[in-house]
Structures are given as C-alpha cells and as structure tokens.
Design a protein around this ligand. Structure first.
Ligand code: HEM
Ligand code: 2DC
Length: 469
C-alpha cells in the first residue's frame, strides 16, 4: 500500500521552531551529522521544514535512482538563496548554476561540448599536466630549503593556488604564475573571496532571497563583498583574453582554452559566456583542492593503499612511455581512489532535485515540485550500502557487486557537475605526479572531522609531510 505524503516521518510541521533548534545545535556547521542522526531516528526517508524550505530526504541508492530517472530534460536543484539574491541585487546575469528551463539547457548544451565532452580531454591534459609538474617543483624547493629531505605543512593555500592555476589554464590557456614565490595579490584576493563567499552562504541558506538584501546584516554585506571581488577579478581575466583575441585574429589551430573557443564559436552571447566562465573560475578553487587534501590525508593514513597506487602508476608510466593520455587509461585504482575520497568526503552534503511529477519513494506518495535531497554524505558512511564504511579502500569500487547509484559525488545526469572533466583530470594528474615523487605522511592518531561551510571542509588544519622518494 502507498502511504500519503502527510504521513512521512519527521518534524516538518514547525518550520521556524526547527530552524531555531537547528541553530541551537550548531546546525549551520553540522548539517551532515544532523542528517545522519535523522536517518537513524526516522529511517530511510524523512520530511523536514527549515524556515520556509521543505524537503524530503532519502539515503537509499535505489530511491536515488527512482528520483533521477524521472528528473526530465530540465532538472532543477535547490537554488542557493544568497547566490540568487546577490545577482539580483547587483543586476548580474546568471550562468548555468542558477539558470532554469530552456535558458539553462541551451547554455549547457554549448558548454558541455567545450568543457565536459570526451573530445576536450586531449586539449585539457597537457594544460593540467604542466601545472601538476610545477606543483612538484615547488614542493622540491621547499624540501631543499628545509635541509631535512621533507616538508611538513598545512597545504590548504598551496592547493587553492594550484587549483586556481589549473582551472585558469584550461579556461584562458594562460598561466597566472600562482606556483611561484611572488604571486599576484589580486589572485590571492580572489581565492580568499571564494572561501569567504562559501563561508557566508551557510548561515543564510534558509532565508529567502527577497528578505536577504533588506536585512543588511554583516553576513550579507561580507557575502556581497566576496562576490564583488569574484566578479571583478574574473571580468579582468576575461577582458585580457578578449583583447588578445582581437589583436591576433589569424591565430593558428593551437588550442587556447575554453574562453577563446567560446568566443570564436559565437554560439553564446558575450554576457552568458562571461557569467559561465566566472562560475567555472569560482567553482574550480575550493572543490578540487579540498578533495585533493582529503585524498592525500587518507593515503597518508593507509600506506598500504598508497604503495599500491604508486606501483600502478609506475607500471602505467612504463607502459605508456611518457604519453599521459595513454597513462591515464591505465590507472584504474587511482580513479577508484578519487571515488573513494568523495564517498567519505563529498564536497556536496546532498544532491537535490525538484520532482517533475508525482513519484513513490519508500511507499510514500511524493507530489510534483517537491524538493528531494539524496544524502550522499550519509549514504557514503552507511554500512547498508558500503561494507566497513570507515575503511579507505579504493579497491572496493573494483570488486563491489553493485555500484548502482552509489558514486554521486559529481551529481547525476544532464545537471551534473559541469566541471567534472576538469576536476577529474586535474586530480588524477596531480596525484600521479605527487605519488611518483613523494611519500605522503601524517602524524598518527590525529583525527580530522568535517565541517559544513556550504561545502564540506576539514574541521581543523591537516598537516601533511612530503618526503622525497
Ligand atoms: C555543480 C561537485 C568541481 C563547476 C556541481 C554539483 C556537484 C558538484 C555535486 C551539483 C550536481 C547535480 O546537481 O547533479 C563538484 C566536485 C568537484 C567539482 C565534487 C571537485 C572535486 C568543479 C569545478 C568546476 C565546477 C572544477 C568548474 C570548472 C560546477 C558548475 C555546476 C556544478 C558550474 C552547476 C552546473 C549546472 O547547474 O548545470 N558540482 N564539483 N565544479 N559544478 Fe562542480
Ligand atoms: C549546499 O542544502 C547545501 O559544486 C544545500 O562548484 C543544498 C546545496 C545546493 C547546491 C550545492 C550546494 C548544496 C553545495 C555546493 C555546490 C552546490 C551546487 C554547485 C556547488 C555543490 C549541497 C559547487 C561547489 C560549485 C560552486 C560554483 C560557484 C562557486 C559559482
């Protein structure tokens, strides 16, 4: 029998009271643990109301499959209210991140060809590879300086620079020089602004956009300032390329980055190109860098796995004779290690969709236009879906009976992460170079937890030791 929507478990009748309790429990930094707790209390589906926002939350891969299979051609996710409010406040155009309907789809189809399709891999690999190699050089210099054959540090900012350098090299076909000693203070300001933008988003997550600009709180002002820096700096980078392109028109057929391709093709209006390139530049900093930090942390704690990856990489290098494209096809365990990192440490606590029609989940009727969230953080740590979930075991992905709707770190379907190809190649190449050159270690017994800062981040600094091999 199918049960009605009103019978769903959960405390969804008292929105503002819930928001208050949530705030009391330190919920703004603890969303991921509160979700795990609620799945334990209510079972695999529960209904929730925070402020004005209602959602249904699910954890089961089968239910995720049901949801995504009916998402239609214009899937929509939760629109982060402060992000919408900023653009409306400053009159900035939306990119795919915040567009809907046909406007979203037509942008996405043009962008997919230039950013996500298989044909761009050949163009991206050399650009991302050189940044990975430069990171290794930088670590070597630090090791020399120490005079002890190793370097111990919190790599957060180094990795932010690496990630921005990487995404800009594919976007603009140009190096910013962020892996040198003296770096452009504007670029550092951009990096800090992205972190600030995420950090100031979470306390405003459940307040509708129309209310935000009116209250003029400190958080809102900091948020506006952060986006201002992001848009201004991205605009500067875009203008640079635009000018260059007009100077030397009769360019060769050499690949000069995503922005040039989009400009030359002329399939998107310039404002849409700008907004989308700005989103990609901002979306490419904290996401890959923090995932890489977690990956190195997990590898430092499981030296056996680290050795297995190194062996795979050495063998792949031998077989490919320096051809990176070929090499990337021979590192299955490394790719599984990235999946495994995102299982335990997803960037996004949930993947959400609005239902397009009535659907049935766990025998409950869910009406159309309901926000349904797949709790991927909770799913990744649940023994029902991953045996011994606490173990970092990349090989599980190669021997599991079913990985059906379990690898959702980049989302799913036509609305999945636009930067997925960039992110995956960037992280694979980075880890290849790091594992070929250094042993990664960390102090025993130091446990690092997770904090919700809109994206999930480590709750304390991670200290890693890199030792020359
Ligand atoms: C969307 C994760 C890196 C740009 C998303 C979504 C997730 C995600 C979960 C939502 C997908 C969905 O709703 O199905 C990640 C992870 C990354 C990463 C785990 C790295 C480890 C990047 C990078 C860029 C980027 C490097 C920029 C080049 C975007 C954009 C969207 C998006 C623009 C919105 C797409 C749309 O709405 O059509 N990402 N991301 N992401 N990501 Fe990423
Ligand atoms: C945050 O309840 C928690 O990839 C909310 O690169 C639901 C939600 C909605 C959208 C998610 C967001 C969460 C986390 C950050 C994500 C975002 C969609 C895209 C964004 C996952 C889970 C991110 C980090 C993009 C950001 C691009 C931006 C800087 C221009």
């Amino acid at each position: 029998v199918v049960r009605p929507f009103s019978e769903l478990p959960g405390n969804w009748r008292t929105g503002w009271l819930n928001l208050f309790h949530f705030w009391q429990e330190g919920g703004f930094h603890n969303v991921h643990n509160i979700m795990i707790h609620k799945f334990q209390k209510f079972g695999p589906i529960y209904r929730e109301k925070l402020g004005l926002y209602q959602s249904v939350n699910i954890i089961n891969p089968e239910d995720a499959a049901t949801l995504f299979k009916l998402e239609g051609n214009y899937p929509e996710r939760f629109m982060v209210p402060p992000w919408v409010a900023y653009r409306d406040f400053r009159n900035k155009p939306y990119g795919v991140l915040l567009k809907k309907g046909e406007a979203w789809r037509s942008d996405r189809l043009v962008l997919n060809k230039e950013v996500l399709s298989l044909k761009v891999i050949d163009c991206f690999v050399p650009l991302l590879n050189e940044v990975g190699e430069d990171f290794v050089k930088r670590v070597r210099v630090q090791i020399e300086k120490s005079g002890r054959g190793r370097w111990t540090a919190d790599l957060t900012n180094e990795l932010f620079r690496f990630a921005l350098e990487s995404v800009c090299n594919v976007l603009y076909g140009a190096r910013l020089g962020l892996l040198q000693d003296f770096i452009d203070p504007e670029a550092q300001k951009f990096i800090d602004a992205v972190t600030m933008m995420f950090h100031t988003t979470s306390p405003m997550l459940y307040i509708p956009p129309s209310m935000l600009c009116r209250i003029n709180s400190k958080t809102w002002r900091d948020h506006v300032q952060a986006w201002d820096v992001i848009f201004r700096h991205a605009d500067k980078c875009i203008q640079n390329i635009y000018r260059q392109l007009r100077l030397d028109r009769e360019n060769t057929n050499e690949y000069t980055g995503i922005l040039s391709s989009l400009l030359v093709q002329d399939k998107l209006p310039i404002d849409d190109i700008k907004s989308n390139v700005t989103e990609m530049m901002a979306g490419g900093v904290d996401t890959t860098s923090i995932t890489l930090q977690w990956a190195m942390f997990e590898l430092a704690r499981t030296p056996v796995v680290q050795e297995q990856l190194r062996a795979e990489i050495f063998a792949a290098r031998q077989a490919a004779q320096g051809d990176m494209l070929k090499m990337l096809k021979a590192v299955r365990l490394l790719k599984a290690a990235i999946k495994e990192t995102l299982r335990l440490h997803p960037v996004a606590v949930t993947i959400q969709r609005y239902t397009t029609q009535e659907i049935i989940l766990q025998d409950y009727f869910i009406p159309a236009k309901t926000l349904v969230q797949v709790g991927i953080y909770a799913m990744g740590r649940d023994p029902k879906f991953f045996t011994k979930p606490e173990l970092f075991d990349p090989a599980r992905w190669l021997k599991m009976d079913s990985t059906y709707f379990r690898a959702l770190g980049f989302g799913f379907g036509p609305r999945q992460c636009l930067g997925r190809r960039i992110a995956e190649l960037e992280m694979q190449l980075f880890l290849i170079h790091m594992l070929e050159n250094f042993k990664i270690e960390t102090k025993r017994g130091v446990d690092v937890g997770t904090q919700f800062d809109l994206i999930l981040i480590p709750d304390k600094p991670i200290y890693l030791t890199l030792r020359a091999l």
